[in-house]
Design a protein around this ligand. Structure first.
Ligand SMILES: [Zn+2]
Length: 204
């Protein structure tokens, strides 16, 4: 497929990656199906799904889960008590998993059930976001120039997730999935803070 990928091309790739890892036909996989419950995906299958997607889309998916990123940013105890979501935890998950029906996330939901909600659409949304961030990084790099030779002729590597300078052939690292997710999470935390500050000042 031609790069950059369209949204529907990403969907096709994700469906194919899931189908391949689970030995099924692509027609059996729905974007909204639960990876665990409907397709019986286990951790090893998911690693294969991730590998297939990374290769086909030329992105590096985050190594940490969205929940791990959220815990790092907001503090575990504000999100989860005794293995179950707090009110705030449910609110955060609705924001970071917009592909899931928001009603699914409520306080008291167990983390196991949170895991069960993961579907192919979760990967599609993540990949689309990473591709967008990658494009932004590339255009910044084209403006700033190659760190080694200063040339502005930098393009996507045709085989990996990285960038290549057409002049000196050096490889420039693209931002990793974890870096992008962490910075999105930081932006969200800021929004939460200003929203709660606004509601406090309204109350006064
Ligand atoms: Zn160069």
């Amino acid at each position: 497929m031609k790069y950059p990928l369209s949204h529907s091309e990403v969907e096709t790739i994700v469906i194919a990656a899931v189908a391949r890892a689970l030995d099924r036909g692509p027609e059996e996989i729905q974007l909204e199906g639960s990876l665990q419950e409907d397709y019986g995906a286990e951790s090893l299958d998911l690693l294969e799904v991730i590998f297939n997607i990374e290769k086909a889309c030329r992105v590096r998916l985050p190594k940490m889960t969205l929940m791990q990123h959220a815990k790092e940013r907001f503090g575990e105890e504000t999100l989860v008590t005794r293995g179950r979501l707090t009110q705030f935890g449910a609110q955060v998950l609705r924001q970071i998993r917009p592909e899931i029906n928001p009603l699914e996330f409520h306080s008291g939901l167990s983390l196991q059930d949170v895991g069960r909600l993961a579907n192919p659409q979760t990967f599609v949304r993540l990949v689309v976001r990473l591709l967008e961030a990658k494009e932004e990084a590339l255009s910044r790099l084209q403006t700033d120039g190659c760190p080694k030779c200063g040339s502005h002729e930098i393009c996507d590597s045709p085989t990996t997730a990285e960038f290549v300078c057409s002049k000196c052939q050096s490889i420039v690292l693209a931002p990793s999935g974890d870096v992008i997710v962490a910075s999105d999470m930081a932006a969200m935390a800021e929004k939460f803070q200003s929203a709660s500050a606004a509601s406090l000042s309204n109350a006064n």
